[in-house]
Structures are given as structure tokens and as C-alpha cells.
Design a protein around this ligand. Structure first.
Ligand code: P6P
Length: 341
């Protein structure tokens, strides 16, 4: 707890927890600090988005073929800049960049970490003032030295050393794990600091919220259809029907379910065999966090963190949240539908 004000800032917390890593020389701590600085700058622009002409589409398309909004570009630039000059990161894989961004500066070529990031997820919500998020994953490099190489990012999710997300909503929160539990920090704009507000976060083993875009119902695998119907059946003993809650912003839907309990699902569909979400910078980081909070993350058949990546922007179906809810939908996927490959 902070000595003076009773507040524990993110910086104080990171330094206090450095003892969890006996061999750490502060590199990871500085890397997390660099990410939090960029998050504050992005937060400032997100909050102004309605006022300053950075809304609306630039008429550009990103590598995903989606129209790029100015705030996407701004956020990507901020995180790449903060990581490039922080000296602890030798490369970045971003949803906004087709290829990895190798960092060539003298201070970074010997850096030990790489970052995979979705700088502004849910950006289609920018214009309607719905929550949006940054999702990031940190690995130790496997290449010898110099700018990062693709192999540094083709690591299983189990190899992550840290993961987190920032949610720019009614308040701005940063939630992260380094493998020793999950802690949440809320930005206090009056002092410009992320302050510890959600220590040792644990997701309820069971919840009564399910999050999915039911507009795609007809395209879902049979196992998912059966689970949705299970959620909707009235049964007092098991608190059903569950509540359907879907913001259309992964960080926001995930965050609500992390606190209240629930399951978020983005399945494979008849027209998208791997679903929509990206393994490296959306599913793996949230899977690390949810497992550290006692939850579960699956592609419907296997643990997300065990997936062996083959491509930077590869997609995977995602079922994530309360342990028992994910386990149930896995059972239905196994019983009712063959693998959608
Ligand atoms: P759909 C936002 O584009 C996103 O990547 C996630 O944040 C969100 O959960 C999902 O896609 C929404 O996708 O197809 O339901 O609009």
C-alpha cells in the first residue's frame, strides 16, 4: 500500500512485485511502465475523440482489410513509439502492421522482450462512444540479438511472461498479469496515475452471463447452438435463463465477465473456419489473464495457450471466462459438432 496516500500506483506496485522475479533486472518493469505511458496518451485522445477531428475513417484499410479510423493509427503509433524508445523491447507485432516491426535503435537491439499488441480493439465503437481497448502480450525473445524476428512471436501462449489489457470506458483501467495473479488499476486523471483498485482478481467459477453475437446463430457449429439454447432455458436451480450481454468490444465484454462471471464466445462459423479473433494479440493475452484468475480459455477443443502459432495474424475460435461455463460448451462442442478446420 502506498506509504503516503494509501494509494498504490502501478509504478509502485510493479517495483514492489519485482522481488517475484529474482533474476529480473527491472527490464520487464520498465517495459510495463512504457506500455502504461502510451496507454495514458491514448486515453487522453480517446476521451477527446468526440471533440477533436480524429474521428471518422481515413479512407485507409488495415492489413485485415478493415477500414482504419484515425484513433487506430494514433494508438498504434503511440505504442510503437513508447516501446521503440523505452529500450526494453526489440520488436512489435501489431494488428495494424502486416509484418513485425523490428526495432533497430542501438539501445533496443539487445533488448530481451517482444510485444504483440492490438493497439485499439473494438475501434468500430469509437464513433458511438462505447468502450474500446488495448490488448497486449509480452514474450522473452528467442532470437540471439538485433531487431526481433518472426520466430520471437511464433511462441505458444504458455511462453508469455506478461499480458494485459487497457479498457477505455466510463473509467480507464489497466489489468495485467506476470503469472503471479491478476491485478487491476484505475486511471486517476487528477494525478495521471493508474492506481490499484482491483487487487488479486478472481473470476467466479460459474456465472450467468453469456456474450456472443447471436446474429451469426445460423452459421455457428451445432455445439454452440446447443449451448446458447441451454443458456436460454428456464431452470431456477441453475440460475437460467442467463443474461445475454454483448458490447461488441472484446476488452469490455471480457472485463465485465472477469468481474461478474460469465462466458464470451467467438466461434468458428460456416464462413470463417477460425472465427474472427487473433491468437497472438487478442486471445493469448486474455487466456493468460483468465487462467491466472482461475478461469478457462479454449478454442472449443483445446486450451488457447497450447496452440502452436503458424502465422502472425492467425485467427482462432475463442471461448473464454468462468471455468465451468467454458468446460460445458467444450463438452457440447465435442458431443455435437466435428472440428471446424
Ligand atoms: P462482431 C471488435 O472488432 C472485435 O475484434 C472484438 O472487440 C469484438 O468482441 C468482436 O470483434 C465483435 O465482432 O462480428 O460481433 O461485430
Amino acid at each position: 500500500m502506498g506509504a503516503v496516500s494509501g494509494i498504490t500506483t502501478l509504478g509502485q506496485f510493479i517495483i514492489a512485485r519485482q522481488k517475484d522475479f529474482p533474476y529480473a533486472k527491472g527490464e520487464l518493469s520498465r517495459l510495463l511502465r512504457d506500455i502504461s505511458i502510451a496507454a495514458k496518451i491514448v486515453n487522453r485522445e480517446v476521451n477527446k475523440a468526440g471533440l477533436v477531428d480524429i474521428l471518422g475513417e481515413m479512407g485507409l484499410m488495415n492489413v485485415q482489410g478493415e477500414s482504419v479510423k484515425k484513433l487506430d493509427v494514433f494508438a498504434n503509433e503511440q505504442f510503437i513509439s513508447a516501446l521503440s524508445y523505452g529500450g526494453e523491447c526489440c520488436g512489435i507485432a501489431s494488428e495494424e502492421n502486416e509484418h513485425i516491426v523490428g526495432i533497430h535503435s542501438e539501445i533496443s537491439k539487445y533488448a530481451n522482450y517482444v510485444v504483440a499488441i492490438d493497439p485499439l480493439d473494438g475501434s468500430s465503437n469509437i464513433d458511438v462512444n462505447a468502450p474500446i481497448g488495448t490488448i497486449f502480450s509480452i514474450y522473452r525473445r528467442v532470437s540471439p540479438y538485433g531487431p526481433a524476428q518472426l520466430c520471437d512471436f511464433m511462441q505458444k501462449g504458455t511462453e508469455q511472461v506478461a499480458a494485459g489489457y487497457v479498457m477505455y470506458g466510463s473509467s480507464t483501467m489497466l489489468v495485467y498479469t506476470t503469472g503471479k495473479g491478476v491485478n487491476g488499476f484505475t486511471l486517476d486523471p487528477s494525478i495521471g496515475e493508474f492506481c490499484l483498485t482491483h487487487p488479486d482478481m478472481v473470476i467466479p467459477q460459474m456465472g450467468n452471463i453469456y456474450s456472443i453475437n447471436e446474429g451469426n446463430y445460423k452459421f455457428f457449429p451445432e455445439g454452440v447452438k446447443r449451448y446458447i439454447k441451454y443458456c436460454q432455458i428456464e431452470d431456477e436451480e441453475t440460475n437460467r435463463p442467463y443474461s445475454s450481454r454483448y458490447i461488441g468490444s472484446l476488452a469490455a465484454d471480457f472485463h465485465r465477465n472477469l468481474i461478474k462471471g460469465g462466458i464470451y464466445m467467438y466461434p468458428a462459423t460456416a464462413y470463417s473456419a477460425k472465427g474472427k479473433l487473433r491468437l497472438l494479440y487478442e486471445c493469448n493475452p486474455l487466456a493468460f489473464i483468465v487462467e491466472q484468475a482461475g478461469g478457462k480459455a479454449s478454442d472449443g477443443f483445446q486450451r488457447i495457450l497450447d496452440i502452436d502459432p503458424y502465422a502472425l495474424h492467425e485467427r482462432t475460435p475463442l471461448f473464454i471466462g468462468s471455468h465451468d461455463m467454458v468446460e460445458m460448451v467444450e463438452g457440447m462442442m465435442l458431443e455435437y459438432s466435428s472440428r471446424v478446420d
